[in-house]
Design a binder for this molecule. Structure first.
Ligand code: SF4
Length: 137
């Protein structure tokens, strides 16, 4: 059993109300149990919502609102699910300030990626969950 960013399975939970449907993940879901999670929805943000990027460790919307508390709350809910089901692996979406794994946007909303992890990914890794970016499968 693995956790997986819900948008990869076609769930329309992204900031723009769309999904990040990923064929590989949908195929994988036919063979393995994947638990879909969207930390930003679980943290209480609406869909659609303003895009968010990490800047100096804070989660900031494009218009400058600090939504770090929402993303941290979502990360804690995802960790709770991992612990509840004894899940030790997750497949997450690169770039996201929550799910990003290895690469995240640089906080300037210019589309530039830098090295780093999203808030949920970092919390999962800190607690012994192996996180893989879907782009690296
Ligand atoms: S927070 Fe994660 S699951 Fe939710 S839309 Fe962003 S990348 Fe997908």
């Amino acid at each position: 059993m693995k956790l997986c960013s819900a948008c990869l399975l076609g769930i329309e939970c992204r900031y723009d109300g769309k999904s990040s449907f990923n064929e590989k993940i949908v195929e994988l879901a036919k063979r393995e149990i994947l638990i879909p999670v969207c930390p930003e929805q679980l943290g209480g943000l609406p869909t659609p919502r303003e895009p968010v990027e990490l800047r100096n460790g804070r989660a900031i919307t494009k218009s400058g609102k600090d939504v770090t508390d929402y993303l941290e709350r979502g990360a804690r809910q995802v960790l709770k699910l991992a612990e509840l089901f004894g899940i030790k692996e997750a497949i997450m979406k690169q770039g996201s300030p929550s799910c990003g794994c290895g690469k995240i946007y640089d906080g300037s909303f210019s589309g530039r990626l830098i090295e780093g992890d999203g808030i949920t990914t970092a919390l999962l890794m800190k607690n012994g969950v192996r996180v893989t970016a879907v782009e690296e499968l």
